[in-house]
Design a protein around this ligand. Structure first.
Ligand SMILES: NC(=O)c1ccc[n+]([C@@H]2O[C@H](COP(=O)([O-])OP(=O)(O)OC[C@H]3O[C@@H](n4cnc5c(N)ncnc54)[C@H](O)[C@@H]3O)[C@@H](O)[C@H]2O)c1
Length: 354
């Protein structure tokens, strides 16, 4: 490759280096800034389409926080944190606006833990030579770039954490707690959801934990160690169901769809099977770009979820919008309204022996 670059350079081509692409970093949205979001969201309420549904969803989320009996479960899918939404969730955890999180591994490991280790996401473009990116070890998420060599360090760090633990099955919640403990000692950037949740005792569940950077670290660990750490996905389901059973009422705030959405909705049925009595999620909001026509879970409506006995219909709202636009507005509105102030922290990780 070196020789090819040299000959390209001699032939007058502009030959780029990694640093030419990885220049400007993604900046995370700050819900604490004095944006005038409350009046925007209120004015949206007198409009139509996504404006009105986002306005209603924001008010429902604020209602969840104002309801002393309601515990909030935040579900995350899509490439949210690499897009600049990490600190939205970080501030929600710090300000007691969320009590449990269900996420994809990409968000919690490849994006959050990754930034906790001091790595960054970079502004990029889809109008680029992907072959050149691949040769330079630059990964692309639409208009965002990531240094693949940094990601490899993230994978290895997960493997190192696994090496340091007694070999036995762990729920993803427990393992992510260990990642939080690691960041508490080694973080280069402390604005991490994994770290904040560890300190605030907010459990994070990642039902498909190996489907991300963590998987690469764990397979190396399992090959290295005859006796090794395994991830027990059924334990995750039991633990999240125990959160549901411990909470008087629950509200789901779902950003994107996928596995986290289904996992968090199914705990109502699971609690019913385990105890013979349960309450549906009292509130539910979903921001998604998926719609219901293909019958897939991600776009299935909350109205449909009621037919499965999972959500009550009073406080539900679907918002058809891209999360990088809609989620900061919703979260900033709830932050400004201040119903989170004086809210009792649930500290749900205390439900579990480990
Ligand atoms: N996304 C990544 O860059 C990435 C990287 C590594 C691993 N993975 C793994 O792939 C699996 C699936 O991940 P996923 O959540 O990215 O994909 P997904 O496609 O399953 O997303 C789920 C749903 O959320 C909706 N959605 C996603 N982003 C949205 C947005 N910005 N605004 C509104 N709606 C949005 C989608 O329409 C989709 O219906 C996970 O196990 C994850 O760990 C993903």
């Amino acid at each position: 490759m070196k020789t090819m670059s040299a000959s390209k350079e001699r032939a007058g081509y502009v030959v780029r280096k990694k640093g030419d692409y990885l220049r400007e970093t993604i900046q995370h949205f700050d819900i604490k800034k004095k944006h005038d979001v409350v009046s925007i969201i209120e004015d949206y309420g007198a409009m139509a389409f996504s404006a009105r549904s986002l306005s209603r969803a924001s008010r429902i989320y604020d209602q969840m926080l104002a309801d002393a009996d309601c515990s909030v479960i935040l579900c995350l899918a899509g490439s949210l944190f690499s897009a600049g939404l990490k600190n939205v969730v970080y501030d929600m955890v710090e300000h007691n606006m969320v009590d449990a999180i269900v996420s994809t591994g990409a968000i919690m490991v490849d994006q959050d833990f990754f930034e906790g280790l001091g790595f960054k996401h970079y502004l990029g473009t889809s109008m680029v030579d992907d072959d050149e990116l691949q040769k330079l070890h630059i990964d692309r998420i639409y208009d965002t770039y990531i240094d693949e060599d940094d990601l490899r360090i993230c994978d290895e760090t997960v493997g190192k954490i696994a090496d340091s633990l007694p070999p036995r099955p762990y729920s993803s919640r427990e393992f992510i707690g260990e990642m939080g403990r690691y960041l508490d000692e080694h973080a280069k950037n402390r604005e991490s959801v994994v770290l904040a949740s560890y300190k605030k005792e907010v459990p994070i569940f990642v039902p498909a934990f190996s489907d991300c950077s963590a998987g690469f670290g764990l397979i190396e660990h399992q090959l290295r160690r005859k006796e090794h750490v395994t991830i027990d996905s059924a334990r995750d389901f039991l633990e999240l169901t125990q959160v549901k059973m411990a909470a008087k009422e629950t509200g789901l705030l779902m950003i994107g769809g996928g596995v986290p959405k289904n996992f968090a909705q199914d705990v109502v049925v699971a609690a019913d099977i385990l105890t013979g009595k349960t309450r549906m999620h009292k509130y539910a909001v979903q921001i998604t770009v998926a719609d219901e026509r293909d019958g897939g879970l991600s776009g299935s409506t909350l109205k449909e979820a009621h037919s499965w006995g999972k959500v009550d219909l009073g406080g539900t709202q679907m918002v058809y919008a891209e999360a990088a636009v809609a989620f900061p507005l919703l979260a900033s509105y709830a932050y400004r309204k201040g119903s989170w102030k004086g809210r009792e922290p649930r500290k749900f990780t205390r439900l579990f022996p480990h």
